[in-house]
Design a protein around this ligand. Structure first.
Ligand SMILES: [Zn+2]
Length: 254
């Protein structure tokens, strides 16, 4: 039977729609020439993708591109399927390109098992990730790389790339200037899937390659001056990115 029908929050910022599956967010961004999918949730998100398109009056024909903020297993879910079936490019930072071939193997500072065993609050999240086969997405056979010299991507929404490495070494946020919002991926989150703690905060060391660098590169988000932070986990932050970054630093690293 079907995927769990979780949630669609339309216009979380103008023309930006948040879909949440298994405590993980991904986004549809409307532009003049169609749609960009930002991150791809978990494998079962393909079903929510069809539902969300219908709900906003679009079809898969409107989708022009997928952009990944980073290539962790819980953000690449249906990317390969979108590439194969819709023929759209999958944009990813060159440092995360290797992860797209092995999304389940990634650098992190502490073992996941430590968290899974001790963080009772996070257990429903982990259970949901397992149920949605999040840990086992298909490898992406072909990606289009962007790098540190890439300023914008020519995809619907015209995102400005904001370098936020640390969670992964290629982690990148997407500034949608005309929407006063930044899709921050997992640079900071409003819900840490590994501890169940609410944000804004950086993700636990169990899933972060370099947390010190992660905290440091948040300056780039504060510098956007945007009001909204659309994260990979948890609801939107609407109190300004400068304040979000200050809070994330206060909260520290688990
Ligand atoms: Zn994540």
């Amino acid at each position: 039977m079907g995927y769990p029908r979780d949630m669609l929050e339309t216009d979380v910022a103008p023309g930006v729609h948040r879909i949440e599956d298994a405590y993980t967010n991904w986004y549809l961004v409307e532009g003049d020439a169609g749609l960009t999918v930002v991150d791809c949730g978990v494998p079962t998100s393909w079903g929510s993708f069809q539902d969300a398109l219908k709900a906003i009056g679009r079809t898969t024909d409107d989708v022009r591109a997928v952009v990944l903020t980073h290539a962790h297993f819980d953000h690449v879910g249906f990317a390969e399927r979108a590439r194969k079936e819709l023929g759209v490019p999958i944009h990813v930072h060159e440092n995360d390109a290797p992860l797209t071939r092995h999304p389940s193997r990634y650098d992190h500072e502490r073992p996941r098992s430590l968290y899974l065993a001790t963080q009772v609050k996070a257990m429903p999240i982990v259970a949901s990730l397992v149920r949605n086969r999040a840990f086992w997405p298909a490898a992406i056979k072909e990606v289009v790389r962007y790098d540190d010299a890439t300023h914008t991507l020519a995809v619907p929404g015209d995102p400005i790339l904001v370098r936020t490495p640390g969670h992964t070494l290629g982690h990148t946020s997407l500034h949608l200037r005309d929407r006063d919002a930044v899709i921050v991926g997992d640079a900071f989150v409003m819900l840490d899937p590994y501890t169940g703690k609410r944000g804004p905060r950086v993700v636990a060391r169990a899933a972060t390659a370099d947390s010190e660098r992660n905290l440091r590169t948040l300056d780039a988000l504060a510098a956007t001056g945007a009001s909204k932070g659309l994260t990979g986990h948890g609801p939107a932050w609407t109190g300004g990115l400068e304040a979000a970054v200050a809070r994330a630093r206060e909260n520290g690293v688990a």
